[in-house]
Write a protein that binds this ligand. Structure first.
Ligand code: UGA
Length: 432
């Protein structure tokens, strides 16, 4: 099938590349012409495992191309995806102006029947607004259908999640676009759930909020574990083996961050409020998440007493493993708190150093260290802030000897407490 994807951020670019990979002909549109040039030349603006190969291969075969022109994309395709940002506003609601702009652009370029698919995460009832907008701005008076097709890909695993999805959700207003969407997704061999548009939009916010709730739940349990001498990992394992609960997203730690969960929670609370429901449960999820960072910082001050003029090594800057994304990263939040207290930090991340330089304050108190095993040099304490699996390979003996005193605060529970103690470390993790 012939597709156009408008917006080449995480979602748009990965979706476009995966659709091309399974045999569709894909045009990716972006209004950032520098990005279009970069992509045409084989460059990738984000770090995402597997993406570069996928893009290069499909550009070379001619099934994936890039343009700055929405009109060109709309004209040459049967299905047009909207994958533009939906950033948060100060009051927690979502800025839908990019979606509205693109809906108008699509409407202006339509000369034949199109299926317009919203892939961006949007509040329930946005599909209705998109349809109204297209109707209003389409001069050609041609038929169209609006579809909601939320994405569930995780950064760092985006290609894998897209190629092997658990399910595909398609929200439609009539049967006509449903058949095309089934054909489009047939190569992925995944269950396809067809709903009305409002339900599909709600599925996305409900799913992300539930995952965030799961994380806050286990973080709350971690507090009880610390107070009672239990081990949160064992509790999570025991709970997770119940198939009704599941082990995933039950890792206690510094809490969730990133460009999705914090934003989607706020948006969902706001939408619920607009619809007349005070979603207190989700407000508590936010509260627990914020509190988790406070508790972790308190662990540092309880042990180190004064942070001013202490040197602290921080492993991890990205909001999670396998990505260079530092948006709403708990690791960055932690660094900022340490700096504010007057500590000097030595930081390392396998991918996110460049992006971190753009958000951490410049100055001599932050040292970017090129090699993981060099971070500990001269430090009063080490902190693990991101769950990169390679941090488990840290040369603990070398680090121990390079520090003034071997203290490790593990915000992601990567190491084994008994083993760390045996190796001479003062080791503090979360809920264990
Ligand atoms: C999330 C969802 O998992 C995707 O399904 C969804 O498509 C995406 O948002 C989106 O809306 O675009 P993502 O934000 O990329 O994906 O990352 P996650 O893997 O969900 O992790 C989010 C945060 O939760 C990270 O900071 C991570 O460290 C934290 N986390 C995750 C925990 O603290 N504990 C866990 O057990 C799992």
């Amino acid at each position: 099938m012939k597709l156009t994807i408008i917006g080449t951020g995480y979602v748009g670019l990965v979706t476009g590349a995966c659709f091309a990979e399974v045999g569709h002909s894909v045009i990716c549109v972006d209004n950032d012409l520098k990005k279009v040039e970069l992509l045409r030349g084989g460059g990738i603006p984000i770090y995402e495992p597997g993406l570069e190969d996928l893009v290069k291969r499909n550009v070379a075969s001619g099934s994936l191309s890039f343009t700055g022109s929405t009109a060109e994309g709309v004209e040459k395709s049967d299905v047009v995806f909207i994958a533009v940002p939906t950033p948060p506003q100060p009051d927690g609601s979502v800025d839908l102006s990019y979606i509205e702009r693109v809906a108008r652009d699509i409407a202006g370029a339509m000369t034949s029947y199109k299926i317009v698919v919203d892939k961006s995460t949007v509040p329930v009832k946005t599909g209705e607004k998109v349809a109204e907008t297209i109707k209003r701005y389409c001069k050609a008076k041609v038929d169209f259908d609006v579809v909601s097709n939320p994405e569930f890909l995780r950064e760092g695993f985006a290609v894998e999640d897209l190629m092997k999805p658990d399910r595909i959700v398609v929200g439609v207003g009539s049967q006509r676009p449903a058949a095309a969407m089934r054909e489009l997704y047939a190569p992925f061999n995944a269950p396809i759930i067809v709903t009305d548009i409002n339900s599909a939009e709600l599925i996305k916010h409900a799913a992300n909020s539930f995952l965030a709730l799961k994380i806050s739940y286990i973080n709350a349990i971690s507090i009880i574990c610390e107070a009672s001498g239990a081990n949160v990992e064992e509790v999570a394992n025991g709970m997770g083996m119940d198939a009704r609960i599941g082990r995933r997203f039950l890792n206690a730690g510094l809490g969730f961050g990133g460009s999705c969960f914090p934003k989607d929670l706020s948006a969902f609370i706001k939408i619920a409020d607009t619809l007349g429901y005070d979603f207190q449960l989700l407000k508590e999820v936010q509260h627990i998440n914020a509190d988790q960072m406070e508790r972790f910082v308190k662990k540092l001050t309880d042990t180190l007493w004064v942070l001013k003029d202490k040197k602290i090594g921080v492993l991890g800057l990205a909001f999670k493993q396998n990505t260079d994304d530092v948006r709403m990263s708990p690791a960055i939040d932690l660094c900022q708190r340490l700096l504010k207290e007057g500590a000097a930090i030595r930081v390392f991340d396998p991918q996110a150093m460049t992006k971190a330089k753009g958000v951490l304050p410049p100055g001599p108190t932050t040292t970017y260290v090129a090699e993981m095993n060099e971070v500990a040099t001269g430090c009063d304490a080490l902190v693990v802030a991101t769950e990169w699996p390679e941090f488990k390979l840290l040369d603990l003996d070398r680090a121990r000897h390079a520090m003034t005193h071997p203290i490790l605060f593990d915000g992601r529970n990567l190491f084994d407490p008994a083993e760390m103690e045996k190796r001479g470390w003062v080791y503090k993790s979360v809920g264990r």
